[in-house]
Design a protein. Structure first.
Length: 403
């Protein structure tokens, strides 16, 4: 089978997903086009250079609806003969776009693809698509549906993580992200977002709070306790599914959960012939990909079975992996991953994660693959694994290996 290589990876800075966020006036299409244009310019692409653009976005309504991928191609400087495919695997949409593109290349369906995603959470609110898994009672009741924050707290309760454990991880994420920006570790991949006059709108991750400490986090109220215990009482639904738990320990809040942000990212993937044609040197090969389904109530444990599956499929062990990117959707997700595999926390999210910099849903999977590649190169390591938990109970993972 043909090898699929990563030739380039870029992302925008992540802006606060609010009306006062720096990227709020930029549409999903325009932000996506910014990424596409950057990949075109950086790599000298011309004509029908790639087979397709595979683009993830989660809330596919309003300006993020109607096959946003194709619209982004038309809004960019790419050739109009390049089509576009919009996909949705919730929080792993950007990763699934990369994995799908890589497997298309491996199977011989085209020499190259651009894959990634976007989410403008300040413009198109999470949940505004009215997903049936949450709002259709005939589905939600049968699946013991609870919101993700409750799921994160179920993980903490089931696996014994305290509020201090979660807060300590959040403080460390902020410290690492600030250090990475100070050390210019993202300089290779982060592209500035500019206005029509060529002036910078944003050139750094806007959401970070580097002064965060245990004391400041300790003052925050648990975000999901009221909806769990009072109205509408989701804890009772969870305890019907998990009767061995006496009660749910609510430990998550805004400071140890992922930030709501705007952002986009893209990865250029191709075979060896594509690299030769454009004089490009591959940076890594995509060694293995996987996706799995998991318990939809606890919902966010997917990175553990996804990692088990991808290691088995590739004939590898956890000790063969040099670095890990585990999306910080909530602190307990990363804590559970570290616990399950007994991995050194120093190897996980080396440059911080979504707690510090934010989680633009459809883009994050592509972001963490690019971050992982940059860090493998910076630290002169060889093999990395990226993985995410996914809404409604799924998981996805990607293993990359430097060339």
């Amino acid at each position: 089978m043909t090898e699929a290589y990563i030739y380039d990876a870029v992302r925008t800075p992540r802006g606060k997903g609010r009306k006062d966020g720096a990227l709020h006036e930029v549409t999903s299409v325009r932000l996506s086009a910014t990424v596409l244009n950057s990949l075109k310019e950086r790599n000298g692409l011309d004509g029908h250079a790639v087979e397709d653009v595979v683009w993830g976005n989660v809330t596919q309504v309003k300006e993020q609806g109607g096959c946003l991928a194709r619209t982004a191609v038309l809004a960019s400087d790419l050739d109009e003969r390049i089509p576009g495919l919009a996909i949705n695997r919730f929080c792993a949409s950007g990763m699934e776009a990369v994995n799908l593109a890589a497997n298309q290349v491996k199977g011989g369906a085209g020499d190259a693809y651009i894959a990634g995603g976007v989410e403008m959470m300040g413009r198109v609110a999470m949940g505004s698509d009215g997903a049936a898994v949450a709002v259709d009672p005939t589905v939600a009741m049968e699946q013991y549906f609870v919101p993700q924050g409750i799921s994160a707290d179920i993980i903490a309760t089931e696996y014994g993580f305290s509020r201090d454990d979660a807060d300590a991880l959040a403080v460390e994420s902020q410290r690492r992200a600030a250090a990475a920006w100070e050390d210019k570790r993202f300089a290779k991949s982060v592209i500035s977002v500019k206005d029509v006059n060529g002036l910078n709108i944003l050139d750094h991750d806007e959401y970070m709070r580097p002064g965060t400490d245990m004391q400041s986090l300790g003052s925050l109220k648990a975000s999901f306790e009221e909806m769990g215990k009072v109205m509408p009482g989701f804890d009772k639904i969870a305890l019907m599914k998990y009767p061995h738990l006496e009660e749910i320990n609510h430990i998550h809040h805004a400071g140890n959960s992922s930030g709501i942000v705007d952002g986009s990212a893209g990865v250029l993937i191709g075979n060896a012939e594509f690299g030769k044609k454009y004089g490009l040197k591959p940076r890594a090969r995509i060694r293995q990909t996987c996706k799995i389904g998991t318990d939809p109530t606890i919902m966010l444990t997917g990175p553990v079975p996804a990692t088990q599956k991808i290691l088995a499929d590739s004939g590898m062990s956890i000790g063969d992996i040099d670095l890990f990117e585990v999306n910080e959707a909530f602190a307990s997700v990363v804590l559970r991953f570290q616990q399950a595999f007994d991995v050194d926390p120093a190897l996980v999210n080396v440059n911080g994660g979504s707690i510090a910099m934010g989680h633009p849903l459809g883009a994050t999977g592509a972001i963490i693959i690019g971050t992982l590649l940059d860090e493998l190169e910076r630290s002169d390591k060889e093999v990395g694994l990226a993985t995410l938990c996914i809404a409604s109970g799924m998981g996805a993972a990607t293993i990359i290996e430097r060339v």
